[in-house]
Structures are given as structure tokens and as C-alpha cells.
Design a protein around this ligand. Structure first.
Ligand SMILES: [Zn+2]
Length: 216
């Protein structure tokens, strides 16, 4: 059972991926995490990646695909994978197909969390993280109050890249590059579209039901 997880920024994709890791023994493959790890290692590749990011450029498909190839060759985890943030465009999706074939690995389902565009803005713009205890809130959907949070409101902080301009460009990139991939998987009968507007635990249940239906 290997899963590809899709969803625009702010769709709750990260939360759902983490739940699957915690409760169902999956191993999450996040290209963002892989890049950060490589940078922290201060390897030659890591330094190269850091330069590209510092210049505000995109990491090439070749570098990303190499990371994925390495993961796929680790036989211990290669039948319990969740791909989060990959593939990001149609070229990567096609390369991914051939890498999977090379390693004799199959994708069991593609889960797409669907969220209305207006709601994405609020979800990201309203996001607040407590710098003291690490809890995450949303001033529109899940505000911090005395019954769910003990720290002072002064600890609530927003992420620096969560401003309107960067969110717009992240959403545009998503719609432009990622949506064509969904068609690609739809044709292979792998796509499951899930409403990301539901409550977190309702979405989790829906995902679990899909997984159960595939595993039996
Ligand atoms: Zn707190």
C-alpha cells in the first residue's frame, strides 16, 4: 500500500499525512523535508540546494527525482510510503512512473484533498502558531481561547511566508502545475477526491475507509 497525497497549501494535507504515519505505520516522503535534511547535512548537494533556494529559484526535477529514486531503493519501507508534495508537475509524474516500475513498486491510491480557493486564503492567512507551546490555531476556524490554550495571546505568531502575495503565488503554482497530474491519475483509476472542507477527524475517517476498501 503506497499513497500519493495531494492538496493545495492550507488543505490540511500535512496533518492527514502525519496521522497516517502515526496510526497506520506509514513512512512519509516529503520532498520539502528531504531538501531541508540535505541542507542540514551540509553536503555538496545540500550547499547547492541552499544556493538555489536562496536565489529564489526552483529545485530541478532531476535533483528531486534522485531523492525519490534513493527512497524507492530502501526495501524496508518501500511498501508503506506516502508521497507528500511529489510529484509536483506532469514531468515528475511521468518520471515517477518509470522509477516505480524500475523498483517494482505500485501506487495503490491517490488522495486529493479539495478546498475552495477563497477558503485556502483564510486557512493560511489565519494560521497562528504558539511560540511557547507549539500548538497551531486559526483565527477564523479554530481561534485560541481560554478553554483550548493556556498561553498568553502574545505568543501567537504567524509564519513569515504566510502573507497574501506568497499565498497567491503558491496557489497559482498549485493550480497550474499540479491539477494536470490529477487527470493523469484519474485515467488510471487511482484518484480519490475528498472534501478538504470537512472536519479534520471526518477527513481522517474518509481516508481510512478508502484505505480499508483497497486493502481487502
Ligand atoms: Zn501556547
Amino acid at each position: 500500500m503506497n499513497i500519493v497525497l495531494f492538496g493545495p497549501p492550507g488543505s490540511g494535507k500535512g496533518t492527514q499525512g502525519n496521522n497516517l504515519v502515526k496510526n497506520f505505520n506509514f513512512f512519509k516522503v516529503s520532498t520539502g523535508d528531504l531538501l531541508r535534511e540535505e541542507i542540514n547535512k551540509q553536503s555538496i548537494l545540500g550547499k547547492k540546494i541552499k544556493n538555489i533556494i536562496d536565489e529564489g529559484k526552483f529545485i530541478s526535477d532531476d535533483i528531486i527525482n534522485d531523492f525519490i529514486r534513493k527512497i524507492l531503493s530502501k526495501s524496508k519501507i518501500n511498501n508503506r510510503l506516502i508521497f507528500d508534495g511529489y510529484p509536483r508537475n506532469l514531468e515528475q509524474a511521468k518520471k515517477f512512473e518509470s522509477l516505480l516500475k524500475e523498483h517494482n513498486i505500485k501506487i495503490s491510491c491517490v488522495l486529493s484533498l479539495e478546498v475552495e480557493k477563497e477558503s485556502i486564503f483564510k486557512r493560511i492567512l489565519g494560521r497562528q502558531i504558539c511560540s511557547k507551546c507549539g500548538l497551531i490555531f486559526n483565527e477564523f476556524f479554530n481561534p485560541s481561547n481560554t478553554s483550548n490554550h493556556n498561553c498568553d495571546v502574545k505568543f501567537l505568531k504567524k509564519r513569515s511566508d504566510d502573507n497574501e502575495k506568497t499565498i497567491k503565488s503558491r496557489i497559482e503554482t498549485y493550480l497550474d502545475k499540479t491539477l494536470p497530474i490529477l487527470d493523469f491519475y484519474k485515467k488510471q483509476n487511482l484518484l480519490h477526491q475528498i472534501s478538504g472542507m470537512a472536519k479534520i477527524d471526518e477527513i481522517s475517517k474518509e481516508i481510512q475507509a478508502i484505505i480499508a476498501s483497497i486493502e481487502t
